[in-house]
Design a protein around this ligand. Structure first.
Ligand code: IMP
Length: 412
């Protein structure tokens, strides 16, 4: 059995990773997030109760699982504090279970203001970001201007760094965007007060994770967003600012590529996207509306309506090549239950989709636990996807609940 697995979105995010991470972390001792920030929205339903996590790894709902935020994550301490509060209200204690890399770059309020000011200025050309400051925080990391979680330990240095950072951004905010500027002392005090609360969470993540491996612990690496939003390999410039593909695990947590035994692609049985950018199979007709309604396709972070379309195997094939996935978890298959015809894109011609059409099964898949119990028409759809992508579908998710799955291959 595999000791460590990676779970990555293979489309534009919102494939249903949160649910699957939650399901598979039940068998693990630790879960690691390695990129993105609180732009993510991982929805988990346990006993009809919905929890949406943005920053804290989805394993937190299992009492004895350690949750690690790796250096590749951009960390908003305000968002962390809000999320911990929500969890605590639901009797989930994070103390002694949540660990944060000292190298995490911080998202400051100024980054959020910059993100939003830019989007506003771009008008119709906007990226459609979540407005959480993700891009500006990563830019500061790369420019070596950023402040990292571990920097909060040294107050003197912190003040100097913060002054330099805010003077730079305040100039742009005031003179270019005509926006409010940020007070150095106020930001400084806010950071220190957070540090007081969260300093015990600080770890040297690569060594901490290595120790878990040496102690034979089972580990899940939890991706956020999806491959097509990758800063290098996605639909640039309509992407997020991190590596959502496989390489992000290694740079974003400090482990060796040899450590990941199995990589699971989370693939929604159709396609959605939030924000701007190309989307070859997007539907503007009644079918798109049905997908949106049956799939409850509204952003978990921003509440925005997601754009919906048929499954795009051309884009997926590319994701599979880049990530080298071992297997697939096909999610939200039940959303297709009512369609008399279902289409799948198998080729692009002049940037337009060429579809293969399938007969819909027009039966409820809800409650099915075994592959053999699926309607034949659903099996044809599933087998064709496997054949085209040339990797096995190991799990099918047929409902939002933790238990609503068909496990075809137990790999963890
Ligand atoms: P940012 O990550 O907020 O900078 O947004 C950049 C793009 O990534 C926008 O199109 C967002 O809608 C998209 N995005 C960011 N996070 C998520 C997510 O968790 N699910 C789906 N799309 C996302």
């Amino acid at each position: 059995m595999n000791k460590s697995i990676a779970i990555l979105g293979a489309q534009w995010g919102d494939e249903g990773k949160g649910k699957i991470v939650d399901l598979l972390t039940e068998k693990s001792e630790a879960v690691v997030r390695f990129q993105g920030g609180h732009n993510a929205g991982h929805t988990i339903v346990v006993e009809n109760k919905k929890t949406i996590l943005h920053l804290i790894p989805s394993g937190i709902l299992h009492n004895d699982v350690k949750c690690i935020i790796g250096n590749g994550v951009v960390l908003s301490l305000d968002a962390l504090s809000d999320e911990i509060e929500v969890l605590q209200k639901n009797n989930i204690d994070v103390n002694g279970r949540l660990f944060i890399s000292d190298n995490c770059p911080l998202i400051l309020p100024v980054h959020i203001a910059l993100d939003q000011a830019r989007e506003q200025k771009k008008g119709k050309e906007k990226i459609g970001t979540t407005g959480r400051g993700i891009g500006p925080a990563y830019e500061d990391k790369i420019s070596r201007r950023g402040i990292r979680f571990g920097d909060l330990a040294n107050q003197q240095n912190l003040h100097e760094k913060l002054k330099e950072l805010l003077e730079y951004h305040n100039f742009i905010l005031k003179n270019y965007y005509n926006c409010e500027i940020f007070d150095i002392e106020e930001t400084y005090q806010n950071l220190l007060s957070h540090y007081d609360v969260y300093k015990n969470y600080l770890i040297d993540a690569p060594l901490y994770i290595e120790q878990l491996f040496l102690n034979n612990k089972k580990i899940v690496f939890e991706g956020a967003q999806g491959s097509l939003l990758d800063i290098d390999h996605g639909t640039y410039p309509f992407v997020t600012s991190s590596n959502t593909t496989i390489g992000g695990i290694f740079t974003g947590s400090g482990i060796s590529p040899k450590r990941v035994d199995y990589t699971l692609a989370i693939v929604k049985a159709y396609t959605t996207r939030v924000g701007s950018g190309p989307f070859v199979t997007e539907l503007f007709d009644e079918n798109g509306k049905i997908l949106s309604e049956r799939g409850h396709e509204f952003g978990a972070t921003t509440g925005r309506e997601r754009r919906c379309g048929w499954l795009d195997l051309v884009a997926l094939k590319r994701s599979i090549i880049i990530n080298g996935f071992t297997g697939i978890c096909l999610t939200k298959l039940d959303v297709l239950d009512t369609f008399p015809k279902i289409k799948v894109c198998i080729e692009y011609k002049d940037n337009k989709p060429i579809y293969k059409e399938y007969e819909g099964w027009q039966k409820s898949l809800s409650g099915i636990k075994k592959y053999s119990d699926l309607p034949d028409k659903a099996k044809i759809y599933i087998k064709d996807i496997e054949n085209f992508l040339e990797i096995p579908i190991d799990i099918i998710s047929n409902g939002p609940g933790r238990e609503e799955n068909i496990i075809i291959n137990k790999f963890f």
